[in-house]
Design a protein around this ligand. Structure first.
Ligand code: PMP
Length: 360
């Protein structure tokens, strides 16, 4: 089989060990004679996967007992709508910290349901940097929404020290489980799984239980967080195979030493590629300012379109896939999520150095 280095932005690389285990168990899950996909979501075998995945996520992210972990569908995009539907009432205002295209989408969706206000935006700087936060009165906003990592532009909040609000919501779709996070700082954290957690199909929501008291009671059941909390994410048929793979990914993260080990590895991986950018005398130009660089999505441009095309074509021949930038911004992007091995990042760095020597 040809060697491929997968830098896709999501759906993205999954750990080889996880895929191998899924392959081994595919036809006969836990000696049941059938695959996990064919089990009832209300049967014992699937339920143990479902509950263990929650327990493992709580353990790995140090989620306090005052929070509920939900496995929903509809991607992070459904959360853009569910959040205001559940929590933004008439006369209330939601504050948005806009650091990229996904933050914009989150706000645009909320604005269809209720009143929103931008607290700060990095748009004028073309989202090259995480903007400084102006001070604001906490009680002005029902909740404040932030995007922890900007998948398209390649910027990331290094930490959340500057942000404070009693009901802080974070879209962590592209960096959840890549580093330790202060969960208790947030009312709600949500993330589509298809970057660090597993395959597409399941969305993780981590919700502080007391918030349910404030939730809108008149929603269709499927759109209400309360429904999913009460039914342990088994109100309707959950995406069982995605949750099964999420469970395997969580076991894999634990086996590597949890988030301390993962975080260290991710820093080293990203450093390889940023070094190639920084040592190229401007041949590669990083999109993000150094203080806002993402450890998950490394975005850069080459001197012109032709060189970008040549770079991507030669990269593909060498087995590097997924390096084209998002269609809205162009250039290149290397996504170095948890399952992207160190060797892939080293190989990319070597290729970038070589390409610079040949064309720079
Ligand atoms: N937020 C962020 C930060 C993302 O990167 C993405 C997807 N790339 C989304 C939201 C949308 O996620 P989904 O496709 O799961 O709805």
């Amino acid at each position: 089989m040809k060697q491929v280095f997968n830098f896709n932005a999501g759906p993205a690389a999954l750990p080889k060990e996880v895929l191998q285990q899924a392959q081994q168990e595919m036809l006969n899950f836990k000696d049941s004679g059938i695959s996990v996909m064919e089990h009832s979501h209300r049967g014992k075998l699937y339920e143990s996967v479902h509950e263990e995945a929650k327990t493992l996520l709580k353990e790995l992210l140090s989620i306090p007992d005052s929070y509920e972990v939900l496995f929903l569908q509809g991607g992070a995009s459904l959360q853009f709508a569910m959040l205001p539907m559940n929590f933004l009432k008439q006369g209330e205002l939601a504050g948005f910290i806009t650091t990229g295209a996904w933050s914009e989408k989150a706000r645009n969706e909320a604005a269809k349901i209720g009143a929103t206000e931008e607290i700060v935006s990095g748009k004028e700087q073309n989202y090259t940097t995480i903007p400084a936060l102006p001070s604001f009165a906490e009680d002005r906003y029902k909740y404040v929404h932030v995007t922890s990592n900007n998948t398209i532009f390649g910027t990331q909040w290094e930490n959340f020290n500057a942000i404070s609000h009693p009901f802080l919501i974070a879209d962590m779709s592209s960096d959840i489980l890549s580093r330790k996070i202060p969960v208790e700082k947030f009312g709600i954290i949500y993330a589509g799984a298809q970057k660090n957690l597993g395959p597409a199909g399941v969305t993780v929501v981590i919700l502080r239980k007391d918030l349910l008291q404030q939730a809108n009671k008149d929603l269709p059941a499927i759109l209400s967080y309360e429904t999913h909390v009460k039914n342990r994410s088994l109100y309707n048929t959950p995406p069982t195979f995605s949750i099964y793979l999420l469970h395997l990914v969580l076991q894999w993260v634990k086996s590597l030493g949890g988030l301390d080990a993962i975080e260290k590895k991710n820093e080293e991986k990203a450093a390889f590629i940023y070094e190639a950018i920084d040592h190229s005398n401007g041949f590669y130009s990083g999109h993000a300012t150094k203080d806002s660089r993402s450890l998950m999505n490394i975005t850069f441009t080459l001197p012109n379109e032709d060189l970008t095309k040549t770079f991507l074509a030669e990269a593909e021949q060498r087995g590097f896939i997924g390096l084209a930038g998002h269609r809205s911004v162009g250039g290149c992007r290397a996504s170095t999520y948890n399952a992207v091995p160190m060797e892939a990042c080293k190989a990319l760095r070597n290729f970038m150095d070589e390409f610079y020597l040949n064309y720079g």
